[in-house]
Design a protein. Sequence first.
Lengths: 294, 353
Amino acid sequence: MFRKYINKAIKYRAIETAIAHQYENQKMRCPVHLSIGQEYWLPFLKKNIAGKVRCFSSHRSHSMYLALEGDIYSMIEELYGLQTGCIMGRGGSMHLKDLGVGLEASVPIVGSSLPLALGSAFSAKHSKQRILSIAYFGDGACEEGVLHECLNYASVNMLPILFICENNLYSCNTSLAKRQPADNMTRFADAARVKTFQFNSSDSFKKIDFVLSNSIASSYSAPVFLEIKSYRLYEHCGYRIDREFGDRTLSEYNLFEKLDPIAVEINRNSTSKKLFDQTFQDIVHICSNIEASL
Amino acid sequence: MNSLSHAQTILVSTEEFLKSDPSNVLLCEGIADGFYSTIDLLSLKYPEQSYEIPCSENSMVGMALSASSYEVTTLVCLQRVEFALLAIEQLVNNSAKNSFFTDKQRNSPCLFRFVIGRGWGQGPSHSQSFETLFAQIPDINVFMPVFPNDSKLIFANFKNLHHPCISLEHRWAHYSFDTDASKNNRALSSYRVTNGKDLTVVSYSYNVLLAKAVADEFKKLNIGIEVINLFNLSQINAELIARSIAKTGLLMLLDLDDRTYSVSSEVLGKLALKDLLGCLRRPPERLSNHGIYSPSSPKLSVDYYLRGTDIAQAACDLLDLDRYIKDILLQQIALVEESVPSDVPNQNFTGPF
């Protein structure tokens, strides 16, 4: 039933892994924040969006770019700083956007894109347009005052906005436990009386699809806060697997690696493995060609 | 001649803004309070386009910036410049960057009105202007209106500009009326407020009114002071100033605050880089308020603020005027200044803001 979407998530994993593979060559000369380990829900976002969407991301902008199905070749060109890239080489990995698919902005200042999403929702509501505005951010942004401001205003004015908080437990290399007194990001939305939803990587694809569908449907008439729990398998910024940087322990990494739904799928299904390998090779090929032309 | 005061003109311009297009919106903290009579009753007349905003300056400024990239055009009023400092993150990080990233496919033609306080015990937290701080943000248009027509021009044009506009309104300039010179200005650009052949005074915001009052007194003795209102701090018209000093050979610059990297520094830098200061017979003089913060007490703040007598004294020195003439001028200007208590803009002002 969800094969098409699972395959997309596998492709996203392959694309990100290929970027990590090529990054070592030092030709992508911009900070790259990969989303490896966090792809499992991405295809289900697009699946449930019907109509116009305006999305605002953080620095880990590959996720939204992939989720909204931005042009992959343009994205890779952007990582190489080419003028033909999706933002003409002006922003690199941290500022990815593709206006054609609704990725309006990616801002690498934590929490800074939240008011932009709010503005999109405000404009849509004032003009009575059925447009979904999405603010995509991490658990680190929940430590910024501006999140409180945005939730508060969205709630008072019933703005059509979906706050997607992807809680990957880390801000750079600092664990959530050192930064916040609780591990539940929905508590911020509760304080502003904003409706909340949650899922995590252990949930079934059926549940993930169901929660996303409900979250999106609800956010056309009132703000919604969706907390997605995930785990970043690679380092905060860069191409290496992150097993023991900062606050991480090897035992924690091993646990989440075992739970990673995309890896589980690739390991147990030869067709999935083939899809991963083929996509990986395709991206490496594209990257190699670009690198040869630099 | 426009017989409306500056505040009344802003009110009329805001109403025209709301009336002209239902997608034009007004956002203000305490919107029903009238914002110094500049938006009186508009939230009742245009309730669908009027939005109260909470004490969330950063998100509200960011929201307005972003919304103006889409279906609406936004006008935001914040009571004091100091509150806007809470929004500096959005102004710096997001004001015109999206336009850069999208090659002008996403612009933010919005207007922010931030008010500079003075007098009636405003003290050090309600009287700062920080114009250079805002003007340093790339692609933001910073205006400092003095006369009614200045604000009229801002309202008439901001929607057609690609980038956000900030109007730093001096609270005491709300009571000004147009002069022939201000009325005749047709562009969002620096202009001459008075003509004169003897001394050039480059100024902006409330200090323009001070300089004009001084120039009017000097004119009675046939001494011509050419007062230039910079008005648009993002595009200082160096050629206008150069033409004036080529004529007068003397230059005085008035900053609102005594700051490092001030507006006058920028003006002098522009002139120096174009080798346009060679015509000066004496080194330029620059004046500003005396000190870093305005004390709250009226007795103390009187010594803090730049006065007409300070400008007149410096002008006399630059012009090397006879002591007898100097005394007459200083006495006359002091007389006019002392007719109104130093902590109010006029006799009718009752505070608190």
